[in-house]
Design a protein around this ligand. Structure first.
Ligand code: SUD
Ligand code: ADP
Length: 292
C-alpha cells in the first residue's frame, strides 16, 4: 500500500422518497432527502504518470471495467485530457446494490480526490455535471452536505438536519431498481412538497421516543412495491418497526430506523436476528472530503 492515499466514501440513506412525475425518456422525477452516514467504503489511490487507470483488487460481482471508480477516473481523464494515471484499490464495506449509494459514493470520491491529486482544479459545478453521467446519486456525494433533491436527484439544496443515529439493516436480496420503477402499482403523481415543510418536520427532535421525527407525510413511495415483491425486505422493516417509524432507503433493499442517541441505536441493533446484516451509523452533516 506504499504510495497509496486513503479517501473515504460515505453511505447515504433517503429519509423519504416521492415520485412527482416522469420525464419524456421514462426516468421518474423525484423528491428526496439525502442524509450522509459515518459508514464508509475506503478508496485507496496512487497517482501515476503512465496515463493508465487500473483497479488493483478484485471486487466480487463488479468487473474492473464496470467499476464506478474506474469509470469515474476514465471520465475525468477524458473530460480534461489529463495525461496522468491512477491505481485504485476499492475497499468495500457498504453493501452493494442496497440503496445506500455505495457505488455512487465511490465514484464521487474518485472524482473529488483525482481532481485534486491530478491538480485539475475543476469547479464543483463541473464535477456535479460529470458525476451525473455516472449515476443519479453521484452529484449528491459531490455536493458535500445533506441535501433536498429534485429532478432525478441532481437538483440539490442544502438541508440542515439534527443529530441522529441510524440502525440500518440490509436484507440479502438484490432489488432491481428498474423493475420497481416499472411497477404499475407505483404512485407517480404525488403533489410536490416544499423543503420548508420537510425541514420543519425534520427539526422536531423527539426526546424520549425513538424514530418519530420523520413525519408520515414524507414516506418512501417505493417501499410498498418492494415489500410486495421481496418478503425479506418486508420482514426486516416489520422487525425494525417494533422500535419506531422505520423506512426503506432508495429502491431498497436496506431499511433504517432513526433514533436520537447511540445507546438506543446499539440496544436495538444488539437484538437483531442473526441472519440480518446491518450496522449502526451516525448521521453526518458534511462529506468527509468536503469538510470546511
Ligand atoms: C431511486 C434512487 C434514490 O437514491 O435509488 P438507489 O439507487 O439509491 O437505491 C436513485 O435515484 C436511483 O438512481 P440510479 O442509481 O442512477 O438508478 P439506476 O439503478 O441507474 O436506475 C435503473 C433504472 O431505474 C429507472 N429509474 C431510475 C431512477 C429514476 N429516477 N427513474 C427511473 O425510472 C430507469 O429505468 C433506470 O434505467
Ligand atoms: N465501486 C462500486 N461499488 C458498488 N457497486 C458498484 C461499484 N461499481 C459498480 N457497481 C455496480 O453498481 C450497482 C449499484 O451499486 P450501489 O451504489 O452500491 O447501490 P444502490 O444504487 O442500490 O445504492 C451494483 O450492483 C454494482 O453492480
Amino acid at each position: 500500500m506504499h504510495d497509496f492515499e486513503a479517501f473515504l466514501a460515505p453511505a447515504k440513506i433517503n429519509l423519504f422518497l416521492h415520485i412527482v412525475g416522469q420525464r419524456s425518456d421514462g426516468y421518474h422525477l423525484l423528491q428526496t432527502a439525502f442524509r450522509l452516514l459515518d459508514y464508509y467504503d475506503t478508496i485507496h489511490i496512487k497517482t501515476t504518470n503512465t496515463g493508465i487507470i487500473k483497479r488493483v483488487n478484485d471486487v466480487a460481482g463488479v468487473p474492473e471495467a464496470q467499476d464506478l471508480c474506474v469509470r469515474a477516473a476514465l471520465l475525468l481523464q477524458k473530460h480534461t485530457g489529463c495525461q496522468l494515471g491512477a491505481e485504485i484499490l476499492v475497499d468495500k464495506k457498504i453493501p452493494m446494490g442496497g440503496g445506500l449509494g455505495g457505488g455512487s459514493s465511490d465514484a464521487a470520491t474518485v472524482l473529488l480526490s483525482l481532481n485534486q491529486r491530478w491538480q485539475l482544479n475543476l469547479p464543483r459545478e463541473e464535477l456535479l455535471t460529470l458525476g451525473l453521467q455516472l449515476g443519479a446519486d453521484v452529484p449528491f456525494f459531490i455536493y458535500g452536505s445533506n441535501a433536498w433533491a429534485e429532478g432525478v436527484g441532481e437538483q440539490l439544496q442544502a438541508l440542515t438536519l439534527h443529530d441522529a443515529y441510524y440502525v440500518v439493516l440490509t436484507p440479502n436480496v438484490h432489488v432491481s431498481t428498474a423493475q420497481i420503477f416499472a411497477n404499475k402499482q407505483l404512485t407517480k403523481d404525488t403533489i410536490p412538497k416544499t423543503i420548508a415543510a420537510f425541514s420543519g418536520i425534520a427539526q422536531l427532535s423527539t426526546e424520549n421516543s425513538a424514530g418519530k421525527n420523520i413525519h408520515d407525510e414524507f414516506i418512501n413511495q417505493l417501499e410498498k412495491v418492494v415489500c410486495s415483491i421481496y418478503p425479506e425486505v418486508k420482514a426486516s422493516l416489520d422487525w425494525l418497526k417494533q422500535f419506531g417509524d422505520a423506512r426503506m432507503s432508495g429502491s431498497g433493499a436496506s431499511v433504517f430506523l432513526e433514533v436520537n442517541d447511540a445507546e438506543t441505536a446499539n440496544r436495538i441493533y444488539q437484538q437483531k436476528p442473526k441472519e440480518y446484516f446491518g450496522f449502526v451509523a451516525k448521521g453526518l452533516n458534511q462529506h468527509p472530503l468536503l469538510c470546511k
